[in-house]
Ligand binder design. Structure first.
Ligand SMILES: C[S@@+](CC[C@H](N)C(=O)[O-])C[C@H]1O[C@@H](n2cnc3c(N)ncnc32)[C@H](O)[C@@H]1O
Length: 158
């Protein structure tokens, strides 16, 4: 156990994803490894009206970081076999939905806002995915000298 760290943290669902993908099989896993693999996939982030005031000023941002719960994932294993890989990898070196805390992030393009609903593209999530947080994506988020670890020679080339 890590000393002085709170063990359980409570999160609130602030909204829900509306997506054309209804079951995991609807999503081709190869697209996850391609840059802009889902850029043409449109969806909506419906924000609970109780949190809609927090959307003020969001319209000026082209891209958003969406933090969500993988609500349809399995048990959180520490070693996982990524799609098309024969070897198991440490879960924290993957984007696997099956992780100790089933939390994910994805960057979407903001197409427009209608009240508490954000129209977006770049959705690689299932219909009904709970949204935990939204943050603006900025050019500060793009880093130089990025290395791709085990993904370099395998899945990135699919
Ligand atoms: C590999 S994750 C990547 C998500 C995110 N863009 C990232 O890079 O962290 C995307 C996969 O998670 C699965 N998925 C999407 N929404 C999910 C949900 N709500 N619960 C469980 N699995 C989900 C789908 O199979 C999809 O191909």
């Amino acid at each position: 156990m890590v000393r002085n760290a709170p063990k359980n943290i409570k999160l609130k669902t602030i909204g829900v994803v509306h997506s054309p993908f209804h079951v995991r099989e609807d999503i081709d896993p190869r697209r996850n490894f391609r840059p802009n693999g889902f850029s043409d996939v449109r969806g909506e982030l419906e924000i609970d009206p109780a949190y809609a005031a927090g959307l003020k000023d969001i319209a000026g941002f082209s891209h958003l970081i969406v933090i969500f719960a993988f609500h349809k994932s399995g048990l959180g294993h520490l070693l996982v076999k990524p799609p098309f890989e024969s070897r198991r990898r440490g879960v924290f070196s993957t984007r696997s939905p099956h992780r100790p805390n089933p939390i994910g992030m994805t960057v979407v393009r903001l197409l427009g806002r209608r009240g508490n609903v954000l129209r977006v593209s770049g959705i690689d999530l299932l219909e009904g995915t709970p949204v935990l947080d939204i943050k603006p994506y900025t050019s500060r988020d793009s880093k130089r000298g990025v290395k791709h670890g085990w993904m370099r020679t395998s899945v990135l080339n699919r």
